[in-house]
Design a protein around this ligand. Structure first.
Ligand code: ADQ
Length: 727
């Protein structure tokens, strides 16, 4: 395995000022939070280094201690650090990504600090990295780093993992620096997020905001492939259980049980953060107690709130609100020796935490938004006795893995109170039935398995390899293809029209065939043993009119209709399509056409086309991207031109092959994504030519319709020469 370089905003230890007896004035303490808990086991097992900020500038002795633990500090001036960490990271990205738009502060100076701190990280990583290292960047504080590293170390393997949600593109686009942030991520080879929903959101933002299409979890950028995958983090189940079943935990548990007596326990463990929904949780608890004097006697809530980001104003307010509510509820429903809420604003040891997990009848995990939530998994990991109930917010990423939990919507205070009650009353059999499958899942998908999945994610083949075919001169191409056509017994040519045989015109209806095109087609049609078809998206009336008397077959509307040479009747290919989707899509296309001067809709029998070639470039492009994302919600498939499923140019090829094949020579040409349908279905020895640049599964590309015409002339000549020789 390559050496892993972990990069995160904070190191797993924080330097604290102290008046230590050795006089060095600094001590190291463990940093709190999910990221550290998740990555520490990987660091402990690997021989790699961990790069991050240590909280304070280390003195010589602290630096030595860091070195021993393979921790590399990044030096950042305190003021920059504040603007980067408390500013952009935690007052812009954190609230926005958790859908708290109204809490966001977008200060350009904060972004500038964010950018410059990311640069400092890039410099430090570049200094330490060796050629075969895997650089693994973590979380929202370092979203510009992958691209900065890519420009410094182009060949490196760079992965990125986002520990928090990636919001819907509708929310993400609020961010003033949205393009910079997305481009920053594109430096990575692999972008991991916790859930499919976040992966979907991210792909949609790439598409809507940068116009970068992704194909089933992979996108192309600057000639590289960038993968996006849902890889939810696991916990170190062994370590968690070791702590929870240690002697210290047993002692603590016994002591707790003695003091609590026969009261049932509901447990909350959260960083004190507004995303964790503590006030709503307390209100649900108040609701339960208000409605039931019995629960006031029989149950208690133990709430641990881990101090967090205390320098940020909104966190201070949250703390005040939580403490006020705790006081109020205890005042209302407490009695001597019986407090309804035991509130602890402190860090606790893993052993104490484990004992609490083992004690609690119900773990109440009710964030209003959470990337994943490790507490839910930790609780499940400690409850193989089958005694615990997990009540879990549907807004935590972990909900998609822990389906047997009691689901709750934290905003619904009544509903949450009812779920708590249901959990407290649940019999042992049902508790077991629910927790057991979750336990096995959590154990199986632990943090080590997560790391493994990350490391091997790129070795799995891409579902569909995206490539850019080589661009060739028409003469070079004719030299390769010509001899094969010349000697073929039965040849098939399927030629796209707009953008392939004919240049685009300002107005769609003006792209009539020129005399040159008609001449080429007439000559092709007169070749013995060669079947030629125009395979176009245009409607059949236009094609019939334009190619009247030309001896080639016509295929209209992306494979919906066919007219053979010399016939005047069009035949439908395949069963009559279900066109009910048109009623849904038409009003949307109309609305977007009305909003976009120059855009218009074309109605075909099996298609609706939204044209924006005549619209202002940037507006048309923007509207088209937005339209795609709107339509995606309604229909599967994402092109602006949405075609009937099963009706495409590729099917037209199959139809002709079945009717007139086999062919020992096949050539197809095309310039847009509707032509990819035919390229993808051609036999391996067929020739496919894409007109213009970009990704395609065609074998070769040429620059323009002019090149296609030159190629066809050369092919006609090659076929004629052999025919003359045979004669
Ligand atoms: P966090 O927001 O920090 O993590 P969470 O996933 O709940 O949230 O992790 C908290 C961690 O801190 C847990 O491992 C827990 O055991 C530990 N902890 C909690 N209370 C403690 C206490 N009093 N003393 C000591 N330790 C305590 C971010 C994202 C999450 C995501 C993780 C991991 O916000 O959504 O799950 O990263 O990717």
């Amino acid at each position: 395995m390559s050496r892993v370089i972990l990069v995160s905003s904070r190191l797993p230890v924080t330097i604290k000022r102290s008046r230590g007896q050795d006089g060095n004035g600094q001590t190291l303490t463990m940093s709190a939070g999910g990221l550290v808990t998740g990555l520490s086991p990987l660091h402990a097992r690997s021989d790699g280094v961990w790069i991050g900020h240590p909280g304070e500038h280390p003195n010589a002795s602290t630096l030595r201690q860091l070195e021993q633990q393979r921790l590399v500090p990044v030096d950042v001036p305190p003021r920059d650090y504040r603007n980067y960490y408390e500013g952009y990271s935690n007052s812009a990205l954190w609230p926005l990504f958790h859908y708290f738009v109204e809490r966001c502060e977008f200060d350009p100076a904060h972004y500038e600090a964010y950018r410059s701190v990311n640069e400092r990280f890039a410099d430090q990583v570049a200094k330490v990295a060796k050629p075969d290292d895997l650089i693994w960047v973590h979380d929202y504080q370092l979203m510009l780093l992958p691209e900065m590293l890519r420009s410094r170390i182009p060949q490196a393997r760079i992965d990125f993992f986002l520990h928090i949600p990636f919001p819907s593109s509708e929310t993400f686009r609020v961010l003033p620096q949205r393009s910079q942030i997305l481009r920053g991520l594109l430096g990575a080879d692999l972008i991991g997020v916790h859930t499919y929903e976040y992966a979907e959101n991210l792909q949609r933002s790439f598409r809507r905001l940068l116009g970068i299409e992704s194909n089933r979890g992979a996108l192309r950028y600057s000639g590289r492939s960038v993968r996006i995958q849902a890889l939810p983090i696991g916990i170190d189940t062994k370590e968690m259980r070791k702590a929870a079943f240690s002697n210290a935990a047993e002692r603590y548990l016994l002591d707790l049980k003695r003091r609590i007596g026969d009261r049932q326990v509901v447990l909350g463990v959260d960083r004190l953060d507004y995303t964790k929904g503590l006030p709503l949780k307390l209100q649900a608890w108040r609701r339960l107690l208000a409605g039931s004097p019995a629960w006031r006697r029989r149950a208690m809530l133990i709430q641990i709130a881990v101090p967090s980001r205390e320098n940020i104003g909104s966190y201070q307010q949250q703390k005040d609100e939580v403490e006020r509510l705790v006081g109020e509820i205890n005042g209302l429903y407490g009695a001597p020796g019986r407090i309804p809420i035991h509130y602890m604003y402190q860090s606790v040891s893993r052993e104490e935490l484990g004992a609490l997990y083992r004690l609690a009848d119900v773990a109440l995990v009710s964030p209003v938004r959470d990337g994943l939530n490790l507490v839910a998994k930790e609780y499940v990991a400690c409850r193989d006795d089958g005694g615990g109930v997990l009540a879990l917010s549907e807004f935590a990423g972990a909900a998609s893995e822990l389906g047997e939990s009691l689901r709750l919507n934290p905003w619904d205070i009544e509903g949450t109170a009812a779920q708590i009650e249901r959990g407290l009353e649940m019999d042992f059999g049902e508790r077991q039935e629910r927790v057991r499958p979750m336990y096995h899942r959590v154990v199986q998908n632990d943090v080590h398995r997560w790391v493994e999945r990350f490391m091997t994610a790129l070795t799995e083949p891409e579902v569909e390899e995206l490539r850019v075919p080589p661009q060739l001169q028409s003469t070079v191409l004719a030299e390769t293809i010509g001899p094969h056509l010349a000697t073929a017994r039965s040849a098939l040519l399927m030629l796209d029209y707009d953008g392939s045989l004919r240049e685009f015109t300002e107005r769609y209806e003006d792209a009539l065939p020129t005399n040159e095109i008609l001449e080429i087609l007439t000559e092709l049609g007169s070749l013995d043993g060669v079947s030629t078809y125009i395979n176009s998206g245009r409607d059949r009336n236009t094609l019939g009119e334009w190619f009247k008397g030309v001896p080639v077959g016509l295929i209209a509307e992306h494979g919906s209709w066919i007219r053979e040479v010399g016939e005047s009747i069009w035949r439908r290919m395949g069963p009559p399509p279900d066109l009910s989707w048109k009623g849904v899509v038409r009003p949307v296309l109309t609305e977007y056409a009305e909003r976009t001067p120059g855009a218009r809709i074309e109605e075909k029998s099996a298609a609706l086309v939204w044209h924006y070639r005549e619209a202002d470039d940037s507006l048309g492009e923007w509207q088209a991207l937005e339209l795609m994302s709107v339509l995606e919600d309604m229909l599967s498939g994402s092109p602006v031109e949405i075609r009937q499923q099963g009706v495409d140019k590729g099917r037209a090829f199959e139809h002709v092959s079945e009717a007139y094949g086999p062919f020992d020579f096949v050539l197809a040409t095309g310039d847009d994504r509707t032509d990819e349908d035919i390229f993808a279905r051609l036999p391996l020895d067929a020739y496919s030519v894409k007109i213009g640049g970009g990704q395609s599964s065609a074998r070769a590309a040429v620059g323009s319709p002019g090149s296609v015409r030159r190629l066809l002339r050369a092919l006609i000549a090659a076929r004629r020469r052999v025919a003359v020789a045979q004669f």
